[in-house]
Design a binder for this molecule. Sequence first.
Ligand code: SAH
Length: 398
Amino acid sequence: MGAAPQLKLKPERERSLLRRHPWVFSGAVEEVAGSPQSGGTVQVRAADGRFLAWAAYSPASQIRARVWSFDEAEVPGPALFEKRIEIALARRRAEIAAETTNAMRLVHGESDGLPGLIADRYGDALVVQLLSAGCENWRDALVGILRDRSGCARVYERSDTDARELEGLAARSGWIAGAAADGPLKIFEHGVEYEVDLASGQKTGFYLDQRDNRLRVRHLAAGREVLDCFCYTGGFSLSALVGGARSVLSIDASAPALAQAKRNLGLNPIAAGRAEWLEADVFQALRELRREGRQFDFIVLDPPKFAPTSKDAARAARGYKDINLNALKLLRPGGLLATFSCSGGVSPDLFQKIVAGAAADAGASLLLRERYRSAPDHPVRVEFPEGEYLKGLLLERS
Ligand code: SAH
């Protein structure tokens, strides 16, 4: 591959690649030699000419290239993708027992050595997201290998995120292989059943990353009056009910999500009388609940991403502070707060500081009981800290 196009970096700009961080930003590129196509393979070389990595070229993106391999002998192509996908699948098999769930993330992008590729399994259906020019370029090979190796009969594409737009790629979604089954798609997770809408649900249909944190909430919920804010299709709500919560009030702004949550409740042997659902904006609803004098002994806050990157961290911090402060005002002494952030731009350390600030303003003293992260099918690599986007704290009000 001596003829492969090359990205030559500016002096001193090879450092992050030497630490095996897989992104080459446009500002680090001195020169593009040859005429790489969008998503085509380039060699990344340091200013002194030494080989750094094989990467996929993204001409429209600030992330100008994404690394496939740091090994000069490992030329990108189906054989390399097959190897990476095999390793990713083996890791899931080792970490998640088949009786735990039939829904999991099989490939988590950069953290599995496949930048821009997401593959989630829901029963016999696979949902793929091709979020980089490189994945788009190798679409047929990647989808073929994933289908083969996962054994999934049906494949649905959900390449409809903002990340695609940043790569200059049009949104695309629909069945690539097989077709929708007759009834709704059902999954189970830690013994609880849910329906998943692959075509119009959020993300690829379900927030798989919270699986084990939902189980934890279930184990802590017995006898408590629970408030689940940003409940989506009822993940934490149903977990708390199964765990013996006295009552659960669940809030979300999305009517379709709430409708699905209620159907999910009906799939499980849970008495519906303990569940109350509210379609509302959480920021306003928390204030309204306070005016009504409502109190809870367990509150879950699992908001959407307020800060995709650290540029938005200040605005996001105000959002997190607001909901945590107003939730704490509803929490009885001895009550628990499970609070999450899935913003890549807010570090675990910053998140804890924001929550501490909210506690100070609420006049609440909080014991830090547990820390949460994403489930093991969303692995984190130390060389790619961006992969550690989800963090959570379990706090007890004294
Ligand atoms: N806890 C859920 C996932 C939450 S995702 C689970 O375990 O499955 C975040 C949710 O917040 C989405 O359902 C979205 O509809 C909702 N949402 C976003 N902004 C909101 C707002 N301002 N008020 C209420 N809900 C909101």
